[in-house]
Design a protein around this ligand. Structure first.
Ligand SMILES: [Zn+2]
Length: 65
């Protein structure tokens, strides 16, 4: 479990962007994804329930990376 990681592809959320947020915990990955979204896509102010469902559905959990 030591090398597990989480990934979230920006393009899976409907963008033309090739950014992939990665982290060894979901929180770490989400922190990077949220910062990327704010800096690159100017998305600030949080996420709706629908957006959170889409985000959670797009998260990839790798056991080894
Ligand atoms: Zn992006």
């Amino acid at each position: 479990m030591a090398n597990e990681c989480y990934e979230l592809k920006c393009s899976d959320l409907g963008t033309q962007c090739d950014y992939v947020a990665q982290g060894h915990t979901k929180d770490e990955m989400m922190e990077r994804a949220v910062r990327h979204d704010a800096e690159v896509h100017n998305h600030k102010g949080g996420y709706s329930d629908e957006e959170m469902v889409a985000i959670n559905a797009a998260v990839i959990h790798n056991q080894d990376c």
